[in-house]
Design a protein around this ligand. Sequence first.
Ligand code: AGP
Length: 607
Amino acid sequence: MCGIFGYIGSKKALPRLMEGLHRLEYRGYDSAGVALLHDGRIWTHRRVGRVIQLERTLNEPPDSRTGIAHTRWATHGGITEDNAHPHLDTEGRIAVVHNGIIENMTTLRAQLEKEGVVFRSETDSEVLPHLIRHFYRGNPLEAVNSALQEVRGSYGIAVLFADHPDCIVAARNGSPLVVGLGDGETVIASDPQPVVAHTRRVVYLEDREIALVTADDIELQRLDGTAVNTEVEVISGDYDVADQRGYPHFMLKEIHEQPEAIERCLRGRIQEEEGNARLGGLNMTPRDLLQVNSVTNVACGTAYHAGLVGAMAIEALARIPARAEIASEYRHRRPIVSPDTLFFAISQSGETADTLGAVQEIRLKGGHCMGVVNVVGSTIARECGAGTYVYAGPEVAVASTKAFTSQVTALLLFTLMLARTRNLSLGEGRRVARVLKEMPSKVAEYLQRPGPIDEATAVVRDAPYVLFLGRGFSYAAALEGALKLKEIAYVACEAYPAGEMKHGPIAMLEEGTPVLVVAPRDDQRDKAISNMKEVQARGARLIVVHTAGDDEVAALADVAIPVPPVPYWASPLVTVLPLQLLAYQTGLALGRDIDRPRNLAKSVTVE
Ligand code: AGP
């Protein structure tokens, strides 16, 4: 997590650093800080809270052209000003901002303390300036390089030296870093989003690379001293600053953007006549597709839920084994990777450390992994090399909404391609293609008439516990709904496969417990009805998401929320919508910070 931004050039550094931090704030927002070089000294300012707090308390900052800045998501050490970055060496001549985790910090700290260093924070990061100072003999690059030889763990760092106002040293291992080469100015950032305000010419640092950055140059090498061919890329993605377009929160705006996001994901990819789809970035011929014997989706959080939907769709329509795996579990459990399995790494940000770790593990074991990613040029997209962008557009709210429906859409397009090489006929393929094409208008239709979300909000807002239930595809939607309610409203809840309820969670039910059942009209509907009756018999209050016109199911519910009819394999694209709105409204009713919920960050770049 954490966002790093550095500036060196001919213009005032501070406003550019602040602008950069604002655009990186989604990576963490516990505290923020800045270090500026001026008159051979380093000036710093740090504050607990958002970047805006830092900005508001800046008192007579020096007029500097070189600086580094940081927005933090706490890992080691509480949320305090002392733990905020930048961290300095004892004499205040070296400043470091760090994203990642120094795993051998206890050993390094003990060594440095023996040398007389007094630590001022509880962070792992503070070992870096002291260690760099320990090796510093006048050459910044050599000092950082020597220090990093001692470090185990992940880092993206930017380092300022009071003695060297003409450079910043940057290095990366496991935490992304990109250098933007502008006109007489160079910027360093955790991801491309804040870079595009300056330039689209970028150099992505690879793991164990170190760079000496000046206002008009970058000198790149590996930590082992070998030279690196500096490859300058021109990035073309849409990194515009998203504005709220009149919505009170980004989350609500992004919920309402889903029809256009799905539309963008589908654009140019459906072949209606052939009853097929085309995802060019996969670069797979029908013969390649035919050789795929199973599919595994690896992802975290919401993206994992999209992966579950994708896996179920592949099994149902393409009739080959498919599954979804939580990336953090998968990567560490000695997974079996077979050459005829196709892996998808699904990620909105493309920066999630566990998903990236899973990709690396899969590739190391000889597996074939492709990305299903939203942010163009992100680390996972580049690591995979091939895959598909979902084109949801910038997602700012921490709670992922439009990325989910876009990820599901991309996976359904892939399902269609795969299924057409197998048992899906031309006619069936055309029907699937038509349904996909209609999805933006189905989603828009629901969002225009969202049903009694207020009533559902009144039922869950003060409940000590809410149970979400669903079967099959609707279980994935239930999982996603419960995650949203936790994240945004901090209401204790869990999602269970409805059939599994009687094996335990039913014990949680008492008079008035809200139970939300996702029960569209599919072949599991009748069984879902039985589950509804079971929970009602225990006094639960039932909120049901059902297919419009299904009066039998609606009649059972205390609050019935209809969604437009769609085939079962596409149902999460509509059933998830009321659940997103319910989380939003509940968060609002409880006065939560909707777009920046507590303890979370948009992009989870640490393990
Ligand atoms: C979603 O609302 C969450 N904030 C979170 O679960 C997220 O989906 C997860 O961290 C994965 O992120 P990614 O899609 O950027 O990889």
